[in-house]
Design a protein around this ligand. Structure first.
Ligand code: ADE
Length: 422
């Protein structure tokens, strides 16, 4: 993309290597051919420039679909800065391509915790007036470190279940001072991204990272929320015996009805060849479970934070710990068993993969784009707190998806409308 080479943006950015841009450009170009909703929205944004004069701070997984989304915000008139929402999900070539096209970035793959925070501080010191967050790190850093900037922030969008849990906790404690649109809770987001996106991308990553067969093995899925449902459904499709662990009795019944075995992790630990955690909680796999696992058990996490599988427990129980190949670490237990951890227990589908498929992120980012436009254009007066995506935006994205996939549906007749209203 030869447009807008902006030397100032290149100089301000902190990235791995601007020379990687052509490889990143190829990745962005590839996915952009499949993001029909975003491409439609792009044409509208170019015409109406809803973000003219706005500074948007974006904290997302910096991969190709995100880059395409970010460029669309820029084409809508925004000055955009990006930072990572996970230290391992940043793709340096994609970030280089973004910077070459005029998007400021503070992001390097594999940054340590201090650099990760520093990226967020740099972004916030640019005083964004709109925020796009994934996991809640940027919004919490705004409140904790830059409270004087809060009056200048018109609002934020949050992409994930985990981020919303954090923000709702802040809201309950009366600590959330800006409006945040709960993008994750839009039907056109969680029904597809969380279920089909996570279902496909987790197995894509686990399979290419390990190069092992799933058929005939036992897969333990911890958590039967929308993401867990997707992971379990795809494991079944790959021919695995699937065991679900849950703490919520309703979800546990749902898993049983969907045809899965349900049991506590202390029982499942003995059976699993693969363990995938998708709960959003911590220490879902802990010392007592690791002690029971069979030699060669493979552990992966698909929840937002790397706290679901206890790394302190793995370290405490092992006599040696080494990398076997990229994103595959062996923990050699005192008794000689090897337990395998993928992607350091971080979100496996992004830390060791390419994230959700393009058509799925197309829908998620379409909701993001329209929600951000809703805040930016001040169509409604928004109070601080967690706010639902307006129903008409969900419907607009659904109709656009039908249109771009050449599907038609029926409409109610006047007689039916009257009947329903009577
Ligand atoms: N690509 C960009 N953001 C993502 C997310 N939250 N999950 C999966 N893939 C993504």
């Amino acid at each position: 993309m030869g447009e807008n080479v902006n030397e100032a943006v290149i100089n301000e950015s902190v990235i791995r290597d601007i020379g990687l841009a052509p490889a990143g450009e190829a990745k962005i170009h590839w996915v952009s051919q499949y993001t029909h909703l975003l491409n439609h929205i792009q044409a509208d944004f170019e015409k109406n420039r809803p973000f003219a004069g706005r500074r948007i701070g974006v904290c997302l997984h910096l991969e190709a679909k995100t880059a395409h989304f970010v460029r669309i915000l820029k084409r809508g008139g925004a000055d955009v800065t990006v930072v990572p929402s996970n230290p391992l999900s940043t793709q340096d070539d994609v970030v280089a391509a973004l910077v070459r096209s005029g998007v400021r970035a503070f992001a390097r793959h594999g940054c340590d915790a201090a650099e990760y925070q520093e990226c967020h501080m740099r972004l916030l010191s640019l005083e964004p007036d709109l925020i796009v967050d994934d996991g809640g790190d940027l919004v919490t850093a705004l409140h904790a470190r830059f409270p004087h900037l809060i009056p200048g922030v018109a609002g934020a969008c949050e992409e994930t279940t985990t981020g919303l849990a954090r923000l709702r906790a802040m809201e309950k404690a009366k600590a959330l001072k800006i409006p945040v649109i709960a993008v994750n809770d839009a039907q056109m987001k969680y029904l597809f991204d969380n279920r089909y996106g996570t279902g496909q991308s987790v197995w894509d990553s686990v399979m290419h990272t390990t190069n092992l067969v799933v058929a005939g093995k036992t897969v333990v899925v911890a958590g039967y929320g929308w993401c867990g449902k997707g992971v379990a459904m795809r494991a079944k499709g790959l021919g695995a015996r699937v065991v679900v662990t849950e703490v919520d009795p309703v979800k546990a019944v749902e898993a049983c009805m969907d045809g899965f075995e349900v049991m506590p992790m202390t029982h499942a630990a003995l059976l699993g060849h693969f363990f995938i955690t998708v709960t959003g909680n911590k220490n879902v796999i802990h010392e007592a479970h690791i002690r029971l696992m069979q030699d060669g058990a493979i552990l992966a996490n698909a929840g937002h934070f790397d706290v679901e599988i206890s790394k302190p427990a793995l370290n405490a129980l092992s006599r040696a710990h080494y990398e076997m190949k990229p994103n595959v670490e062996a923990y050699e237990m005192q008794d000689g068993r090897k337990i395998i951890l993928l992607a350091e227990g971080r979100l496996v589908n992004l830390a060791s993969g390419f994230g959700h498929p393009a058509e799925i992120m197309d829908m998620s980012f379409a909701i993001q784009a329209l929600s951000l436009e809703y805040i930016a254009t001040g169509k409604a007066k928004l109070s601080p707190g967690v706010i639902s995506v307006p129903g008409e935006l969900d419907e607009k994205v659904a109709r656009l998806r039908l249109l771009t996939t050449h599907k038609e549906i029926d409409a109610l007749t006047q007689e039916q409308i009257d009947y329903m209203n009577s």
